[in-house]
Design a protein around this ligand. Structure first.
Ligand code: G3D
Length: 171
């Protein structure tokens, strides 16, 4: 893993997709990683994919739901992704919507076999019942390799642990 985690810009970094509903905390999480570089990709038809480069990862991020069908068309197809991070905060009112959007992602060829890190943001770890969340998202059925990590993007709690899990899967 040494090279993957190195800060040399010439070294190819693992490519991750980070998505989830708007307001889930994706931007806060990404800025907390102190990215070296942030670029807006494909700012077409009101839909935005942002590319974040940090020491560890290259992350492509967008809101699911907002652009609906367009999202699948705009995923950079020439990229080989190494993992999917789905950010949610288990808000009762939007839970069904968040689950439905993840399910739509997990049938896309480029995405369906990627390790999935489900970050349950805006939470103290002790507030989160991991088994209940796994059941609600049907992760056992939908995904081969998944991990649920409660976190707080504001304090950073849990975020590193989640990313460490992801690194191990890519190894
Ligand atoms: P997004 O990029 O997924 O759309 P953002 O989400 O990162 O923009 O976050 C949306 C709002 O949630 C922001 O508040 C942000 O500060 C807040 N937020 C993100 N992470 C946490 C967290 O862990 N705990 C709490 N309490 N709030 C969080 P504003 O007010 O700026 O819209």
């Amino acid at each position: 893993m040494g090279n993957l985690l190195g800060s040399d810009n010439n070294i190819q970094k693992p490519k991750l997709i980070m998505t989830g509903l708007d307001n889930a905390g994706k931007t806060t999480i990404l800025y907390q990683q102190k990215p070296d570089k942030i670029e807006n990709l494909i700012p077409r038809i009101g839909f935005l994919v942002e590319q974040f480069k940090s020491k560890q990862f290259e992350i492509f991020a967008w809101d699911v739901g907002r652009a609906d069908r367009c999202v699948y068309i705009h995923i950079p197809k020439d990229s080989n992704y190494d993992g999917l991070i789905y950010v949610d905060y288990a808000d009762k009112e939007r839970m069904e919507y968040a689950i439905c959007e993840l399910q739509k992602l997990l049938i896309i060829d480029e995405i369906k076999d990627l390790p999935l890190l489900l970050l349950i943001n805006k939470k103290d770890p002790c507030q989160v019942n991991i088994q209940e969340i796994a059941l609600q998202f049907s992760l056992e059925k939908l995904c081969k390799n998944w991990h649920i990590q409660p976190c707080s993007a504001l304090t950073g709690d849990g975020v590193k642990d989640g990313l460490k899990w992801m690194q191990k899967q890519i190894k």
